[in-house]
Design a protein around this ligand. Structure first.
Ligand SMILES: Cc1cc2nc3c(=O)[nH]c(=O)nc-3n(C[C@H](O)[C@H](O)[C@H](O)COP(=O)(O)OP(=O)(O)OC[C@H]3O[C@@H](n4cnc5c(N)ncnc54)[C@H](O)[C@@H]3O)c2cc1C
Length: 189
């Protein structure tokens, strides 16, 4: 059984994976390559980066996560079942994976959230009404399921990449601290 399975490798899920992998938690990301970043020609409001295409930002986050030890598979998660000590996830491609903790960062794709019985409503920060959030979930991404977190826009944050990244990292830091039993902080010298 892996430590962490992240469904959705966009900004939030990919950012979470950088941290959980760095913390030496075995981390698998499943992603279907439909991040909103891939529709974004240029991003000029990600602090510290003057300008970047959405695709380049996504690829860089993915490369960082893999460089710290995350596994990354282009597979679509279709089913989640709670099991003893964690969760079992099946994919459309026939994969079956188990992990102690799950991070759901699927943004526009709500089927797994609905399957788990979450109540979904419009994310009030996004005027189009296209983006949804999980009722009762806030910035820490905690849900009523043990060790199952929501990351990214479904946690009811504004649709800005830097906020999705920061929220994904907050979820990861809390999860690392919980699974290892030690407060986690990453400061390079
Ligand atoms: C046209 C456009 C322009 C934008 N411009 C900007 C901008 O200038 N600046 C800015 O900060 N933000 C911008 N954004 C917003 C930004 O793209 C989002 O805020 C950000 O992508 C949200 O991150 P996320 O991780 O929540 O979701 P996403 O990045 O959308 O990631 C969700 C991921 O989940 C995966 N997924 C979903 N379901 C499954 C499943 N069942 N199994 C496996 N994987 C799954 C998808 O493939 C996807 O990769 C723009 C968005 C659009 C559409």
């Amino acid at each position: 059984m892996r430590d962490v399975l992240i469904i959705g490798g966009g900004v939030a899920g990919g950012s979470a994976a950088i941290y959980t992998a760095y913390a030496k938690l075995s981390t698998l990301v499943l992603d279907t390559e439909s991040s909103q970043l891939l529709q974004t020609q240029r991003i000029r409001n990600y602090p510290g980066i003057r300008e970047i295409t959405g695709e380049e930002l996504k690829r860089t986050i993915q490369e960082q996560a893999i460089s710290f030890g995350a596994e990354w598979k282009e597979e679509k998660a279709t089913e989640i079942n709670p099991i003893e000590g964690g969760y079992a996830v099946k994919t459309e491609q026939g994969g079956e994976y188990r992990a102690k903790a799950l991070i759901l960062a699927t943004n526009l794709h709500l089927d797994l959230l609905e399957q788990l019985g979450f109540t979904i409503q419009v994310n009030p920060y996004v005027p189009s009404g296209k983006v949804k959030e999980v009722v009762g979930v806030s910035f820490d991404g905690k849900t009523s399921y043990e060790n199952l977190f929501i990351a990214g826009l479904n946690a009811g944050v504004p649709s800005q990449s830097v906020i999705a990244a920061g929220q994904g990292v907050k979820v990861a830091v809390d999860l690392i601290s919980k699974l290892t039993g030690k407060k986690f902080m990453w400061h390079d010298k």
